[in-house]
Design a protein around this ligand. Sequence first.
Ligand code: 2NL
Length: 360
Amino acid sequence: MDETDGVRERYLAAIAAAADEAALEAVRVAALGKKGEVSGLMRGLGAMSPEQRQTAGPALNALKDELTEALAQAKERLGDAALEARVAAEWADVTLPGRPAGQGTVHPVSQVTDEVVAIFADLGFSVAEGPQVESDWYNFDALNMPPEHPARQEHDTFYMARSEGDNRPPHVLRTHTSPVQIRHMEAHGVPCRVIAPGRVYRADYDQTHTPMFHQVEGLAIDRDISMANLKWVLEEFCRAFFEVDGVELKFRASHFPFTEPSAEVDIRCSWAGGQLRVGEGDDWLEILGSGMVHPKVLAAAGVDPEAWQGFAFGMGIDRLAMLKYGIPDLRAFFDSDLRWLRHYGFAALDIPTLQGGISR
Ligand code: 2NL
C-alpha cells in the first residue's frame, strides 16, 4: 500500500532523527496522537468498502505497532543518552577536602580556669566543687561573718525568695567559693590542699563588675603551715600563670573576716604603651586576697584550731583572664561573647546581621 509506505518511511526517519525526548514526543503526537496522521488514516477505514478495509486495516495496525515499537526503542536510547550526559556532567570528585565546619573555641574564662587548676594540681592541690545556692550559714556565719557584718547587708547579696510563713534559714547565691572549702573540711577533714573554682554572684554591675563572675579560692591546712608557704605557693602560681620567671609580689596588710593576718597581693608590672607587662616596671597590680585561716573559721568547719592551721586565698578568674588576654571591660565576657570570640579569631562573627545586633 503506497500511501502507508510513504508514511512509514517518513515517521521512521523522523524517529531516528529525534535529538532528544521532547523531539521524539512531538513525532509521536504527529503520527499516533488523537489528531495524528496515522490516527487519521485509521479513522478513514470506516468509509472504505469491506474489501479495501480487509487489506488496509491490518496494514494500518501493523504500521501503528511498528511506529509504537520504534518510538519505545528510540525513547530508551535517548533516555540512556540523557542519563549518561547527566552522570558525566555531575561527576563528583570524592577526593576533594570537605567544606570546613564552623569551629567553636573554649571560652577564655574556661580556658583560664583550666590553666589555674593545672598549675595548682602541680602544686599538690585537688579541686572541690559545691552548690551555687548556699545557706547563709555556709556563705557567711561559718566564715566569721556574723549577721550584723556589713558584707551581709542586702546590697551585695542575692537572696532566694521565701514565701510568707516559710521559716527555713535564708539561702543566697554564693558570694564567694569559700563555702565549698568549709564543706570540704567537714566532709574530708584535714590536712587538706584544695582549690575551689566556680561561679559566684554579687549585685553589682559596672566596667569592672558583673553580677555573676568566677572565683578560685585555695586552702591549705596542716599542722604547721605558715605565711611563708603561702608566699611560695602564690609566687609559683604567678610564675606559671603569667609565664614570667622574675615575678615579684608585694604582700600588703589587709583585712578579711575569715583570715588573720590578712594580706592583699600585688604583682610588679608595667603599663608602658597601654600594654600590661608582668615582672617589670614600677606599677603594682592587685591580683588576689589571702591570709592565715581565722581560728573561728577552722572551728566552724569542725577543725581544732589548736592543732591545725593554714592559709587561704581568693582571686577573680575573669580579672585574671582580662589581664592575661587584654580585654578592658569585664562586661564583654557576659553581655555578649562576641568580642572575646573575635579576639580568638572566630571568623563567623563577621556576619553583618550578627554585628547589627550588638549594642556595645
Ligand atoms: C579576695 C579575697 C580571700 C579567702 C578568700 C578563705 C576561705 C576559707 C577560709 C579562709 Cl574556707 N579564707 N578564703 C581568704 C582570703 C581572701 O579572697 O579578694 N577574693 C577575690
